[in-house]
Ligand binder design. Sequence first.
Ligand code: FAD
Length: 376
Amino acid sequence: MPQPSRVAVVGGGILGLAHAYSAARRGHSVTLFERGSRAAGASIRNFGMVWPIGQPAGDMHNLALRSREIWLDVLEAAKLPYRPDGSLHLAYHEDEAAVLQEFAEIGPRSGYECEWLDAEAVGACSQAVEPRGLQGGLWSSTELTVDPRLVISRLPAFLEALGVRAHFGSAVRRIEPPVVETASERYEADHVIVCSGDDFETLFPNVFAASGLARCKLQMMRTPPQPGGWLLGPSLAAGLTLRFYKAFQICSTLTKLRQRVADEKPQYERWGIHVLVSQTADGAITLGDSHEYGLCVDIFDKAEIDELILREAATFLRLPEPSIAERWHGVYSLHPEKPYFEAEPAPGVRIVTAPGGSGMTLSFGIAERSMERMCL
Ligand SMILES: Cc1cc2nc3c(=O)[nH]c(=O)nc-3n(C[C@H](O)[C@H](O)[C@H](O)COP(=O)(O)OP(=O)(O)OC[C@H]3O[C@@H](n4cnc5c(N)ncnc54)[C@H](O)[C@@H]3O)c2cc1C
């Protein structure tokens, strides 16, 4: 084992928390800095889907599976609720069924544990699925759902029990190892890991400016808790999602589906809409999302996007309580080619950020990898 070091982590989102966890588990002395009085970035605004099935075959899928393993250890140790209910991708068109059947055939050879279910078997798996027009679905038991607001607010206390010192309301404004400076304090650390989400301006702005990183805005909605303990079962996705997750790019049948969606649903193309559905710990249903790319995020949400999401959801989802109780948007950072961004702007400093739409899935795996790369 390497000698214990002083490790500072900047950012209390899932990536920062995962790095703090990995470093503390290796016996290092860890201090975590979060600028807000609580984290309020992408990590509390998402579906909470730990979703290996979305990752491309090979390295990233393996990383997602390893991340999932660590998630399970953490959730159990921290006594946090989660839903180990898997995922269902639904097919209502011939081309959607063709992609999912092709994936069910070739995916298992690349390590995806999944199978095609006919419409009746899907109905037996989920009371939430609209049976009219359903052709079948792809079932995978691997996916988990965590409650993002709950886990991000409770993980710091769990980390503190592992010896991590967590400072909230503490924006880091300068890092010159060994010095880490906040507005009011100076700390010393041997290694600093910067997980500042989509804040490209505060620390190392030149590195960020040269990185090619961009921002993506997503609109989201949530119902009230569903009545009578109603359960969603597996988290749901449908045909539009197959355009987004790289895993499905191994399917030769995907081109036809893409073309139909582009022809029939130009407004869904324009706003990058697909529909995912998950359930929080208190039983509410989270629905989204859209994708608007660029460095400058539009602060005004578009009613049209919400309407398109709800219209699409109604084609495959049946809920006892479909009203919308909350609307919000989230922003994540992403790299145009890499699955996440790493840089070493100074000796002893590592930036790790921009896991795009897969940060909940990948963070614990990425953090473990960072420790190996930093020889910690
Ligand atoms: C709407 C939406 C839905 C998504 N759904 C999923 C999903 O279901 N599954 C999945 O795998 N991924 C999902 N993602 C992606 C995932 O949420 C992100 O990849 C992930 O949360 C990024 O985590 P992060 O820690 O890098 O960033 P953030 O959560 O944004 O955290 C960064 C933190 O750093 C802090 N910070 C920044 N600068 C400083 C500083 N100088 N000093 C101190 N603190 C600082 C910020 O205050 C912030 O709290 C979704 C994202 C969005 C937006």
